[in-house]
Design a protein around this ligand. Structure first.
Ligand code: HEC
Length: 496
């Protein structure tokens, strides 16, 4: 990011909230042309959260971290880059005024939204972990999983700006990403493509769904075999509902009355959780242990897919019993639904293990009618990553029903097909990953979700700790959002 651009971002923040407090800001303000200044100020709110900085990040600079000198000890020297204010005699914390000046110093060594370019994160990080070769203050953080480093990274990604952006508009869209090898869920604001909230404390989170009013989030928790019920705004866990066994993905009924959780162990059931009592009220038998479960767009059926039994089971949600099923020659992976003009389901697109493409099931015929293979080019990915057995994982139909999007690990790309013709339109390339001293490898895309206007598709790049944002018309990647460890399932929350 250029100096001018950074100055503009800083300036927007100052203009929005704390302009009077800085003498240092005057200089930055002069750099930005008035037109640009006005444009950014009207479209952006606070770039990074002062509150999050003060309460979560700043304490790290004062903290005695084992075997390390405190950041404060060196960085309070007056001419030091990343200058920290000197504490008043006798006090163990900074005042609000001082914190605001520290905030300004810290903003000078970060690029909002981009931890990988932020010196605050890179300079004190060990070189083996991706940090700078030398810091006079030493290798303060041995890895990018150091809890303190993660807090600083959350701040840089924009966490804490949620309150500001939420009150600014009435309708709200958020993209939720479960970090499957972590205990966090990242929440992205698609207006800025920044992470605005991180939900903590759910180890091995799998699927995610929302109550229709947006007050609650439901997350299946593999480590504890529970359904975590989370207050959306605060991110606090309200309740852990015990499941019959280890879960995978989940879905919520259209009226929000029940959460259906796919149970990963044989013989295979959907646990039904009543959202009023927050109790498991029954388990519906299906054909085989469940990998993913969906509710059809008309709300009438649930469909579960089984790896072990190579089957998709359709459950009538009225009778709450399996109605019919389709058997395949391969394990069933994610599914997507196409609807008729009246909203009923016309086709199910089914991804299968070992097949770089998808099967097409006609709902009325209750049978597979076609199998579509993705193009062989581009290719060359997926082998080194050990993912050749799952060449295509993640599939979705845009909310406007006009296109189908299909991930390919082998192509390191996402393909677009026009509906209903199933005509291949093209593909968007995903980021490459370059582990030290290895050949470049792919992003291992896992899941897909969309903005409600069908303009953007979000792909979780599980090997790259990223979410790629792709323009559905130009097929260009328009943003890369750093998220947590091995991001997989995603879901879009829309509130009006
Ligand atoms: C022993 C003293 C010392 C300690 C402790 C220390 N630093 Fe530094 N830091 C320095 C010096 C000196 C520099 C100037 C550049 C250099 O020599 O690395 C610096 C530079 C930096 C920079 C600026 C890099 C740039 O290129 O703009 C950042 C950011 C930084 N330190 C962060 C931290 C953080 C965060 C901590 C605590 C976790 C910390 N430092 C602890 C001495 C220290």
């Amino acid at each position: 990011m250029t100096g001018t651009k950074r100055a503009t971002l800083l300036l927007v923040f100052f203009a929005a909230s704390v302009s009077s407090l800085y003498s240092g800001a005057t200089e930055l303000r002069r750099e930005a042309p008035p037109a640009e200044q006005a444009a950014s100020a009207s479209t952006q709110t606070a770039v990074l959260s002062f509150e999050f900085f003060k309460t979560k990040v700043q304490p790290i600079f004062l903290k005695n971290r084992p075997e390390h000198a405190r950041c404060y000890g060196c960085h309070n020297l007056s001419n030091r880059i990343f200058h920290l204010e000197t504490l008043s005699p006798g006090s163990t914390d900074w005042t609000d005024e001082q914190s605001k000046r520290n905030f300004q110093s810290a903003l000078e060594v970060v690029v909002p939204g981009d931890p990988a370019s932020s010196r605050l994160l890179l300079h004190p990080l060990a070189p083996e972990a991706g940090g700078d070769p030398f810091h006079s203050g030493g290798r303060q953080f041995a890895s990018q999983n150091d809890p303190d480093w993660l807090v600083m990274s959350e701040w840089v990604r924009g966490v804490g700006t949620e309150a500001v952006s939420e009150s600014a508009s009435q309708s709200l869209t958020r993209i939720y990403v479960t970090n499957s090898a972590s205990d966090t869920i990242d929440v992205i604001d698609p207006a800025t493509n920044k992470v605005v909230q991180v939900i903590h404390g759910i180890e091995l989170p799998h699927g995610i769904a929302f109550s229709p009013d947006g007050t609650r989030i439901y997350i299946s928790n593999e480590a504890e075999s529970v359904l975590d019920v989370v207050d959306r705004k605060s991110g606090e866990i309200l309740k852990k509902v015990p499941l019959s066994a280890r879960p995978n993905n989940l879905a919520i009924t259209k009226d929000g009355g029940q959460v259906l959780v796919g149970i990963r162990t044989q013989p295979g059931v959907l646990d039904v959780i009543d959202t009023n009592s927050l109790q498991r009220i029954k388990s519906i038998p299906v054909d085989g242990s469940v990998h993913n479960v969906y509710v059809t767009p008309d709300g009438k059926y649930a469909v579960s897919g089984s790896i072990e039994n190579k089957a998709a089971t359709v459950i009538d949600l009225h009778s709450q019993q399996a109605a019919w099923q389709v058997k395949f020659d391969r394990p069933v992976r994610p599914l997507a639904f196409e609807t008729n003009p009246d909203g009923s389901t016309s086709r199910i697109f089914v991804q299968l293990s070992g097949f770089n493409g998808f099967a097409v099931v006609e709902f009325a015929k209750r049978a597979e009618v076609a199998r579509i293979k993705l193009p062989d080019h581009p290719g060359g990915f997926g082998i080194a990553e050990g993912r050749a057995g799952t060449p295509s994982h993640g599939i979705g139909v845009t909310p406007d029903g006009k296109s189908l999007w299909v991930n390919s690990t082998l192509a390191n790309a996402v393909f677009k097909y026009a509906l209903p013709e199933l005509k291949l339109i093209g593909y968007a390339q995903l980021p490459e990953v370059h582990p030290l001293e290895n050949a470049h490898t792919g992003a291992v895309p896992e899941w897909i979700t969309f903005t409600p206007d069908s303009k953007l598709v979000y792909v979780s790049d599980s090997a790259a700790r990223l979410v790629s944002v792709i323009d559905t018309q130009t097929l260009k990647e328009v943003a890369r959002i750093p998220v947590g460890e091995v991001p997989k399932r995603m879901n879009t929350l829309v509130l009006h």
